[in-house]
Design a protein around this ligand. Structure first.
Ligand SMILES: Cc1ncc(C[n+]2csc(CCOP(=O)(O)OP(=O)(O)O)c2C)c(N)n1
Ligand code: SF4
Length: 251
């Protein structure tokens, strides 16, 4: 028999206590990212002002995860839906949540335009180096040599081109006086909370924030605990975990 706790003492106010057990696979990174985001919203008392949008992909499993106004969008369209909401309702803290496929493949033009225009919102992109929901196909972020369902011999960059580096791309096109751009990892949730804090403070000041989070997908990676964390380490060597753009005055 599976036993569940009635009360989770670590539940954030910005998490939906009535959502029941998480819909993510055991060990998935999405839950870690979202819980950290919810705690940061609590820290900054932004729950009432926030509007959360999730993409298609495993991020959609968070449609009722947050205890904030939420909307679930079409694949790749979370960014324009959320900046539409914030444009129509100034003062709203718009948060668009997506996978690397949603942000860097089908929704890449929206990401580019939102970044260039400096839309007032936070984009959180969970990079698990594959298309999680559809069974682990190669994504723009799949690393050289990485095996996926569609690269069974490992990604060959001669054939597929190089992996996309989202944070670097966004950093190169934003206005640094109004932006915050960083890459974090689920290996350090305290640091992720600090990153989200700066990103949300920048949104409160009217700016554009982009946080890419290196995430884990043990189901499609077909990894045990050790293999999962080894893969994450490899990702942290390939994708720099750091702040790329930080407007003045953010703490
Ligand atoms: C317009 C459209 N094209 C393709 C799909 C199929 N599809 C659903 S989820 C997905 C990829 C999800 O991968 P990612 O965005 O990286 O998120 P993850 O599941 O890894 O969190 C695709 C291609 C779709 N639902 N809609
Ligand atoms: S398939 Fe991967 S990304 Fe999707 S819920 Fe499972 S572990 Fe998470």
């Amino acid at each position: 028999m599976i036993q569940t706790l009635d009360v989770n003492p670590d539940l954030a106010k910005a998490q939906n206590a009535e959502a029941g057990a998480s819909k993510f696979c055991p060990g998935c990174g999405h839950g870690m990212i979202l819980k950290t985001l919810a705690h940061t919203l609590d820290d900054l008392e932004l729950q009432e002002k926030a509007v959360f949008g999730c993409d298609i992909g495993c991020s959609l499993l968070s449609w009722n995860y947050m205890n904030v106004d939420s909307v679930q969008t079409h694949h790749g369209r979370t960014t324009p839906v959320i900046y539409g909401v914030t444009r129509a309702n100034p003062g709203t803290i718009g948060i668009a949540y997506m996978g690397d496929g949603g942000g860097l493949a089908i929704g890449s033009q929206h990401l580019v335009n939102a970044a260039v225009r400096g839309e007032n919102m936070l984009i959180v992109l969970a990079n698990n180096t594959n298309y999680g929901m559809t069974g682990g196909q190669m994504a723009p972020t799949t690393m050289p040599g990485q095996k996926t369902e569609t690269t069974p011999y490992g990604r060959d960059c001669e054939v597929t081109g190089k992996p996309a580096k989202g944070a670097e791309m966004v950093a190169s096109i934003v206005d640094p006086n109004k932006a915050y751009v960083a890459r974090a990892s689920v290996s350090n949730l305290r640091s992720l909370r600090k990153t989200f804090t700066k990103a949300l403070k920048n949104v409160e000041k009217g700016g554009f924030s982009f946080v890419e989070v290196l995430s884990i997908c043990p189901l499609n990676w077909i990894t045990n605990n050790e293999g999962t964390w080894d893969r994450l380490k490899t990702m942290e060597e390939f994708f720099d975990v750091k702040e790329f753009v930080q407007r003045e005055g953010l703490e």
